[in-house]
Design a protein around this ligand. Structure first.
Ligand code: GDD
Length: 422
């Protein structure tokens, strides 16, 4: 039997995802029509023997319970949300809930960062781990990045013959390796002995310092406190993969993830792509996901790479490309939406143009990943990025919104360019 843990952090994390995470916890933001971590759950369902999924974070239970209930109903698998009393770090939560994870004696368990998106090769990863299970405590899913971008990730040096990780540095200050940690792992249960030792050492240090320190005594970082010391001991392995993988840190990366998840639907879930009846209703340029409750005018042209949420109304002559339109938004006739995210209940008036600039990985650089540029450049101006309307924003007719971010509940009165409307 196998289990999976999805680490989702809490309200203080994911700040670069604002304003999209202002009215909904970031792990529940819909990408390609599903909350981000529902893609993780669906990946877990493809593993035959996986019986339980534990979502671990420090969001209040009230914010996750409905989602967990819905998932339980939808899928025939046990799903629970376990709330940390405070941020315990990427390994502290695993240790805190160790009895829950160990119960039923699973052969191993997956750990998945909730803020990555991928074509998760979980079966392949487990097969690799099992083949080394007599010695291995952890298998890391790994991928290649550019030399420069690797510094933003956990970097690992691999013995090419055995795939053993001989050296691991979390976000190094100078180049170590272009092989990076994807934030997806398989753990053997014996890992709790190692985390337990790190926990005891932390406790001792905490009480020696009379409890001084900003973090809780149980705060343990998987990467620095566990993986770095394990490297070179013969117990840490990595499987490099070529599948699509990306972090989901910024709103721009949601558009990028949207495109790739839609593309994956083609082979894995064609039923989630607009086609058949919907294709007869308006012009669709694949790939597009349209919720069954959305109303689209027959003269609208949608796609490629567009997701349209429940209750959305798209009027005559609207053109939408490379965008996410969230629940109950209304796009009035003849408007254009390009590289943008339109928040829940927002309204875009007639003949308006809402346009952003994509921040896709550089196609000329092999292995380039999504850049997560700062919001502002050195002159204090907004870096060009996708346009985001928070929830319940109203855009008047015949206006242009370019590379801008509008916080929730704003009623705009004029065109804006490269601005944040607070
Ligand atoms: N439950 C819980 N508690 N989850 C947490 C906590 C915590 O205290 N802190 C972070 N997380 C979750 C985040 O929500 C995210 O899903 C994941 O753990 C990792 O978060 P970060 O700490 O922000 O790390 P990172 O994303 O910058 O880097 C990690 O992921 C990279 C791949 O995306 C590292 O594992 C890197 O080595 C790795 O390359």
């Amino acid at each position: 039997m196998l289990k999976a843990v999805i680490l989702i952090g809490g309200p203080q994390k994911g700040t670069r995802f604002r304003p999209l995470s202002l009215d909904i916890p970031k792990p529940l933001f819909p990408v390609a029509g599903l909350p981000i971590i529902q893609h993780h759950i669906e990946a877990c369902l493809s593993v035959n023997d996986l019986k339980e999924i534990l979502i671990v974070g420090f969001y209040p239970v009230t914010q996750l319970q409905q989602f967990v209930n819905d998932m339980q109903l939808q899928y025939n698998i046990t799903i629970k949300y376990l709330q940390e009393f405070t941020a315990l770090g990427t390994a502290g939560g695993l240790f805190h809930f160790r009895d829950q994870i160990r119960s039923g004696s699973p052969d191993a368990f997956f750990v998945m960062n909730g803020d990555v998106c991928a074509d998760f090769p979980l079966n392949e990863l487990y097969k690799f781990h099992k083949e080394r299970s007599t010695v291995s405590l952890v298998t890391i899913m790994s991928t290649e990045a550019t030399r420069q971008q690797s510094l933003n990730f956990g970097c690992l040096v691999l013995d090419k013959k055995s795939n053993e990780v001989t050296h691991y540095v979390e976000k190094p200050s100078s180049y170590v390796s272009t092989l990076i940690n994807c934030g997806v792992y398989v753990f053997s249960l014996k890992i709790f002995n190692v985390i337990g030792e790190a926990f005891n050492a932390k406790q001792e240090e905490y009480y020696k310092n009379n409890g001084n320190g900003s973090k809780d005594a149980g705060y343990i970082q998987l990467e620095r406190d566990i993986l770095t010391p394990l490297a070179g001991t013969g117990k840490l392995f990595a499987l490099p993969i070529n599948n699509w993988w990306s972090q989901l840190k910024t709103a721009s990366s949601a558009i990028y993830a949207n495109r790739h998840y839609l593309e994956l639907y083609r082979s894995k879930h064609p039923e989630k792509l607009a086609g058949g009846k919907q294709a007869e209703q308006c012009k669709i340029i694949p790939d597009v996901h349209i919720d069954a409750s959305a109303q689209i005018h027959p003269t609208a042209v949608i796609g490629p790479n567009v997701s349209i949420g429940p209750g959305v109304i798209i009027e005559a002559g609207v053109r939408i490309r490379e965008s996410i339109i969230l629940d109950a938004a209304v796009i009035e006739e003849r408007s254009l939406i390009l590289h943008s995210i339109i928040g829940r209940n927002s309204k875009v008036g007639k003949w308006a143009r809402v346009e952003g600039t994509p921040c896709d990985p550089d196609p000329n650089k092999p292995f380039a990943k999504m850049e997560n540029p700062r919001l502002f450049n050195d002159d204090g101006r907004l870096n060009p990025s996708i346009t985001i309307l928070g929830c319940s924003v109203s855009v008047p007719s015949e206006t242009i919104l370019l590379n801008s971010i509008v916080l929730p509940n704003k009623e705009l009165s004029k065109s804006i360019k490269n601005e944040i409307i607070l």
